[in-house]
Structures are given as structure tokens and as C-alpha cells.
Design a protein around this ligand. Sequence first.
Ligand code: PEP
Length: 254
Amino acid sequence: MKERTPLVAGNWKMLGDAASNTALLDRMRSAFDGGNFARIQALICPPFPYLALAADRLRSSPVVWGAQDVSDQAEGAFTGEVSANMLRDLGCTHAIVGHSERRGMHGETDTVVASKAHRLIAAGICPIICVGESLAQRQSHLTEAVLAHQIDAVVGVVKGGAAVIAYEPIWAIGSGRAATPEMAQAAHAFIRARLQAGGAPADQIRVIYGGSVGAASASALFVQPDIDGALVGGASRNADDFVAICESATQAKF
Ligand code: PEP
């Protein structure tokens, strides 16, 4: 029995419009209202402009909502940025930081990712901190070295325990090629041990897997002892698939 509540988080990236996102939120809401998902936490992370829509459509439902990013600054002249306090005003419970698309395309460093996580925690929002290696790094046997570096950068920030780590091997994101359950479990166990070594309450911190999770691959991942849920990209844009993944999390031997 796992003591950590499984988290299934949907990352909608920069997809959808008001009409399609409303329809998707409403389909998810009715599935969750009619189902039994009390053993898990389900989260939707739409693009910033649809957070108020998510708050409106999901209010009083079992599904919570969060953001895909946040500023590393508290407030001020930072055109285009969104602060942690603003996310809190919108009812966000979580926010993703350090997604590989932001690290890779926007040059976010480990230091910036740690600052973002710090801002969120200070605002009472749980950061979902993404870590993971590239294919070249895996093939060069550098996976653990990369993960160690990324975890060490945030371990001081997550010492309070109110944080989630998402292990997202970059080669698995959007590729249709999820890590095998054994491969993911090995990385998660390494991350948990590294958190522990850094003085963080590793038993309390959820470590979720991301990278081509679908309805078919979810169950085998969720039964692994150190996999506490999933960060879901593509499949979270389909209500049936996302709900099926949540059902797998509910049924796994937690
Ligand atoms: C992601 O973007 O975080 C992700 C895991 O995407 P996908 O599920 O599509 O691989």
C-alpha cells in the first residue's frame, strides 16, 4: 500500500481554444462527478488564458487545475510573466516548472527552475518539477548523473515536502515510446534516493512519470513501487483516455 496519493496531471501545452477546451473540461467533469476517484488526485494544466475557464468549469468537482509555468520573480516590471500569487488568485493548486520544452526552447537553467519552485511553494502552490535525460545522455549512460544534477538543484527548495517531481525522459515525450516500467522505476528509485540523501522527506514527495503515457501503458507503470502517478501530455487532450489513465491509477495497488 502506497502512502502517497497518486497524482494524474494533464499538460495541455499550447493547445485548444475556448470552445474545444470548454467541451473537454465539461466531459472530464462529468466523468469525474459520476466516478469514484477518491483515491487519486486529478489535475488539469491548461494554457494560462484558460485557467479562469478551468476554475469556472471544474469548481466543486474532484478535479483541480494548475499552470504550466510561473515567473521566477515575485512581481514587477516583467512583461509577459505570470507570478505565483496570480496563479493562487486563479485557484491553482499546482504548477509545472522545468518542463523540458521550457528548459530546451527557453533556456531555463536549474537555478531558474529552483527559483520558480520556491516562488510557488511560498504562494502555497505545489510545484511539479520536471527532470529527465535526453536520448544522447541515456545512450552515454549519463541518466543518473543528469538526474542527480537536476535533483540537487531543487532539493533545498523541496525540503518541506510540498512538491512533486516528474521524471520525464525527453526521448519519451510526444514520441509514442514510453519508458518501460522497469526503466522508469529505476529512475524513480534513483530520484527518491537522491532526495533522501539531500535531506528532503523522500517518502512523502510524489515522483510521477511523464512521456507518452496512454490508457494502455498506464497500469504497468502505476504498479511500480516508486511511480506515484503520471504527467500526461497528448492523452490528456482526450477525455476518455485521460479518465482511463485515472482509472488505472485508482485500480493500481496503492
Ligand atoms: C509532457 O509534455 O509532459 C508529456 C509527457 O507529453 P506526452 O504525454 O505527449 O509524451
